[in-house]
Design a protein around this ligand. Structure first.
Ligand code: 6PG
Length: 224
């Protein structure tokens, strides 16, 4: 399992590095999964400029909140505004997670849609607590081995997430994290032994390369 840390001098440069790989994957075509959060929006905009034709790709989501698709908390909405609306040729299929449904039902639907699918690339973020997608520290869903998508109960709004086997099965895994508030989680994810206390440490592509695009601040506790 190959891990490559790419540390940039700025957050924009880290985002551009991730965008270049995402755009190249979209150009090749295949199954591509993306994430929400505040970090990747500008990277999606750069991606759309680098590769405006996604017609050879199918778009998937690493996770989603149980909200309507146009809710400001929706990952679909983020990706639509920052990526999809900027493309000249949209993805052949958009596999939106139906966050407007109850979490279990949306997870079951997504699970069915994912049958037989191997992701070519997944772009993930890292939370300050070490979560990634909607895999939170020490959550029992980290032990899920058979399902591809599961419901996750959260105090604010429930979520649906891809599971570890699907993420590990991706040909390329890209993490994108910027800012000093991520430094400890980044250290635990990439410089410590894997642990359910830091779900991002458990996600490595089993067949390909796992990249972490970081700015200096996020990498601050990793580099010496
Ligand atoms: C989401 C994500 C989540 C995110 C991290 C980092 O929808 O929120 O998929 O895993 O990547 O929470 O989020 P930030 O980019 O906002 O720090």
């Amino acid at each position: 399992m190959e891990l490559e840390l790419r540390v940039s001098t700025s957050a924009d440069a880290a985002r551009r590095g991730a965008a270049e790989l995402l755009a190249a994957a979209a150009g090749r075509g295949g199954h591509i999964a993306v994430s929400g959060g505040s970090t990747p929006g500008p990277a999606y905009e750069v991606t759309a400029t680098l590769e405006p034709d996604w017609s050879r790709s199918e778009l998937w989501f690493a996770d989603e909140r149980c909200v309507e698709p146009l809710d400001e908390r929706s990952n679909y909405r983020l990706v639509r505004e920052r990526l999809l609306e900027r493309l000249e040729g949209g993805p052949a299929v958009e596999h939106r997670i139906r966050g407007e449904l109850a979490a279990e039902r949306a997870a079951d639907e997504y699970e069915r849609e994912l049958q037989g699918v191997v992701l070519d690339l997944v772009l993930l973020g890292i939370g300050a607590d070490g979560h990634t997608a909607s895999l939170f520290p020490n959550d029992p869903v980290l032990r899920e081995e058979s399902r591809r998508a599961v419901a996750v109960r959260r105090p604010d709004v429930d979520r649906i997430t891809l599971t570890l086997p699907v993420l590990r099965g991706a040909g390329t895994v890209i993490f994108l994290a910027v800012g000093a508030e991520k430094a400890d989680a980044v250290r635990r994810a990439f410089a410590e032994p894997p642990s359910p206390a830091t779900p991002a440490s458990l996600v490595r592509s089993s067949s390909g390369i796992t990249y972490a695009f970081l700015d200096r601040e996020a990498a601050g506790a990793v580099e010496n």
